[in-house]
Write a protein that binds this ligand. Structure first.
Ligand code: ADP
Length: 190
């Protein structure tokens, strides 16, 4: 099994490169952001709870997202691997993911860390907001998402660096150029 975490700040290209990964390596894709947005659209209890956090650019509480992730993963049977997109975002989530995978006799294969400078991230997210209509792609919310990334999510880099799983890739260039570098990192652990 190929279990890939695609890691990076909001706007770093996680979603786009996840699509490329699932096609090339025939993997399942779990985007916690997409799952939460679907819950919001369907007006479920989880969606209503998530909306308050997402609209402010804050993280949805760990216990909620961890349970959701475990449930979604249970539906991905008979797959050759999974791309985790937007999860884990905290140390607690990464510890939970390790336990969840361990129970299934699996582990993380590689953590693809997409590095993009902050002004470029802000630029991309504002542009995306004009097209996607995503309520959290406005300047104020973008700024809090980037702060949350710095304080709560980026410490995970050191965690995965220590376990030798981190593959850092510069997320600037064309989508194809970046994907070539990502594929090289994945092929090493395949
Ligand atoms: P981006 O990475 O571009 O901000 P996502 O779609 O991954 O977009 O996430 C959007 C929002 O959904 C986040 O700002 C956060 O509020 C919520 N979210 C997504 N994944 C998680 C997670 N693993 N833990 C907590 N909140 C999450």
């Amino acid at each position: 099994m190929l279990n890939i975490i695609i890691f990076g700040a909001p706007g770093s290209g996680k979603g786009t490169q996840s699509e490329n990964l699932i096609k090339k390596y025939n993997l399942a894709h779990i985007s916690t952001g997409d799952v939460l947005r679907a819950e919001m659209k369907n007006g479920t209890e989880l969606g209503k709870l998530a909306e308050g956090y997402i609209s402010k650019g804050q993280l949805v509480p760990d216990d909620v997202v961890i349970e959701m992730l475990a449930n979604v993963l249970d539906t991905k049977t008979d797959v050759s691997g999974v791309v985790f997109d937007g999860f884990p975002r905290t140390i607690a989530q990464s510890e939970a993911l390790e336990k969840i995978l361990e129970k299934r006799g699996e582990k993380i294969s590689v953590v693809v860390n997409l590095e993009v400078e902050e002004p470029e991230l802000i630029d991309r997210l504002i542009k995306r907001g004009q097209q996607s209509g995503r309520s959290d792609d406005n300047l104020e919310t973008i700024k809090s998402r980037l702060d949350v990334y710095k304080s709560q999510t980026s410490p995970l880099k050191e965690h995965y660096e220590k376990s030798g799983k981190l593959a850092t890739i510069k997320g600037l260039g064309t989508i194809d150029e970046i994907f070539t570098l990502i594929s090289e990192a994945v092929d090493k652990v395949k």
